[in-house]
Every structure is written in structure tokens, then in C-alpha cells.
Design a protein around this ligand. Structure first.
Ligand SMILES: [Zn+2]
Length: 307
């Protein structure tokens, strides 16, 4: 049976039932969908045991492009609330909602946040989104706090009885996120401002750079889609030397030979993998949003300090 219908029938039936049965009916978890893994973690933490969550784009996968499975389409059609990020991050969500006959509440968590222009990144660097603004807002923990508030409000709309629990969990999460934000600022405070620069995926970390005072330099002439030219590599090497950059993150540079060449010519080794758009698997270093932000910050700070 259609899950939303089943849920609705339980609610209807519960009106005529004794208190114990109503309580039992109220314990049927609220069917909720989140578009991608990072948002899914925040939704799971606010929703707790009252929700049954389906995450469409899981750990390690690219949410800019996604082909929903039939099972995912059914989950969306039956959901009471669908959470997506917005700002063009997952453009496929709108079509999915239309095609599944979704009748619940759609909450766009980035709504209300001020757009951040992409600072001059060549189009080739953008992994799947051709926008003038940077949609990766969660890289600023302050923006994640905004999203947690919207998640709680969305769940309250669909499940008024659960609202006090959602608000309580959202408040606890907000406190942890505020502590995390302070922790990231403290980690960077140990690095002189003119040394806070590194090479990484320019467009995915714009919100991080703006929030925490870090310069992210674009690897000029190099992209994931096109094969790097000798000229592009020479340009990058010159840039690394001229800017005295010590931190090189190579997540967007797919060709390992290129990475080795840049390492040989500049004497810097790639400093590891930053997580931008997706969590790691549960046993990885970025299994939750908080772990992701800590991992990225630790890697970046260590790399610019030359450790
Ligand atoms: Zn992205």
C-alpha cells in the first residue's frame, strides 16, 4: 500500500481510537526524504527516532547529477517531507517531485541564505554545475545552523505532535555546531592570515574560504573534464611558486601522473582528500557533517603549516 496513504489512514483511524492506540499510531515513523548525504545527516539528527529517512544520493556520490532508482521514486511519492538543498545544487529534484506525484511538504534548506558569487573560477573547474554562485553553503557552519532551523520547522509542519522533540534536538545540534564553528576559527587563528592559502577545488569551498578567512586558489588551466595541457601544468607550478603555496589538494585533478609531476616540480605532496559534496562511508573520516568539517579543517591547517 502507498505509504503516505497508509499513514493518513492511521491518522484518520486514530481519531476514533482510545488514547493508547492513538499513542501507538503516533509512533509510526514519519516518512522523510533528503536529497544528499550531508543534508541527510542533519535531517537524521533533528528527526531522531520519529522519522524514517531515505537519502537519495549517498556517501561518496555526486549530488549535482543523479538518476533516481524506482525504489527512490516510490519513497519520494510516499514522503511526508522532502528536504533538498537548493541554489541549483541538485537541479534534478524538481522533476523528481513532479514525476512522483509528491503531495507532501518540500523544504529547500538553503532558502534565505545570501548567495555567494563564484570568484572567477574557469568553467572547466566546476564539477557539474554551471552557476555564478557557489551552492555549497554547508561549508560555512553558520549556514548549516540556518538549515537545521529550517529542517526543524519542516518536520513540525508535518508532525505537530513531534515538534517539541524536533525543536529540542535542533537546539542541541545547533549548540554543537556553534562549538564546531568556534573550533574551526580557533584552528585557523594559529595560522597568519597571509599563509592561509591553498590549492583546491575552487568552487566547492567558496563558503568555507569566505567564512574562515582562507584563500582557495584555482588550479589554472586544469580541470576534471579536459586533459591538462603542458601549458596548464606549467602555469600551476608557477602559481604555486609565486604564491609560496605549501598546501595542495588534488581531489579535482583526476590524472595521478599529473599530480606526481606537480609534486616533483614544486616539491609539495598532495595533502589528502577534502570532502566537499558528500560524506564518507560510515567507517571513513567524514561519516557525519561535523566529522567532515573537522577532517577538512585539520587537513587544511596541517598542510598550510607544512606538516
Ligand atoms: Zn559540488
Amino acid at each position: 500500500m502507498h505509504r503516505l496513504l497508509a499513514h493518513g489512514l492511521i491518522l484518520l483511524a486514530s481519531l476514533a481510537l482510545p488514547a493508547w492506540a492513538r499513542a501507538q499510531a503516533a509512533q509510526a515513523p514519519l516518512p522523510v526524504v533528503a536529497s544528499f548525504s550531508i543534508l541527510g545527516d542533519l535531517v537524521a539528527q533533528v528527526g531522531g527516532p520519529r522519522i524514517a529517512l531515505t537519502v537519495l544520493v549517498g556517501p561518496g556520490s555526486d549530488a549535482h547529477v543523479h538518476q533516481p532508482t524506482p525504489a527512490q521514486a516510490r519513497a519520494v511519492g510516499a514522503a511526508a517531507v522532502v528536504f533538498s538543498h537548493g541554489l541549483g545544487f541538485e537541479g534534478w529534484v524538481a522533476r523528481l517531485l513532479r514525476s512522483t506525484g509528491f503531495k507532501g511538504a518540500h523544504v529547500v534548506v538553503a532558502e534565505g541564505l545570501k548567495p555567494l558569487p563564484v570568484a572567477g573560477a574557469p568553467a572547466g573547474h566546476r564539477h557539474g554545475h554551471a552557476h555564478d554562485t557557489d551552492p555549497h553553503t554547508w561549508q560555512n557552519v553558520g549556514h548549516a545552523v540556518h538549515q537545521v532551523q529550517r529542517i526543524a520547522a519542516g518536520l513540525c509542519t508535518a508532525d505537530a505532535a513531534g515538534c517539541p522533540a524536533y525543536r529540542e534536538r535542533a537546539a542541541a545540534l545547533t549548540q554543537r555546531l556553534q562549538a564546531l564553528d568556534a573550533e574551526i576559527r580557533a584552528a585557523w587563528a594559529g595560522v597568519p592570515p597571509d599563509e592561509r592559502k591553498l590549492i583546491t577545488s575552487h568552487d566547492a569551498f567558496g563558503h568555507y574560504a569566505a567564512a574562515y578567512g582562507v584563500r582557495m586558489l584555482a588550479p589554472l588551466g586544469i580541470s576534471t573534464e579536459t586533459e591538462a595541457s603542458a601549458k596548464g601544468v606549467a602555469q600551476l607550478v608557477r602559481q604555486i611558486r609565486a604564491e609560496k603555496i605549501r598546501a595542495l589538494f588534488v581531489e579535482t585533478i583526476a590524472d595521478p601522473r599529473l599530480v606526481e609531476q606537480i609534486g616533483r616540480e614544486t616539491g609539495i605532496r598532495p595533502a589528502g582528500t577534502l570532502y566537499s559534496d558528500a560524506l564518507s562511508p560510515p567507517d571513513g573520516p567524514a561519516a557525519t557533517y561535523e566529522a567532515l568539517m573537522r577532517h577538512n579543517t585539520r587537513l587544511m591547517v596541517q598542510a598550510v603549516k607544512g606538516r
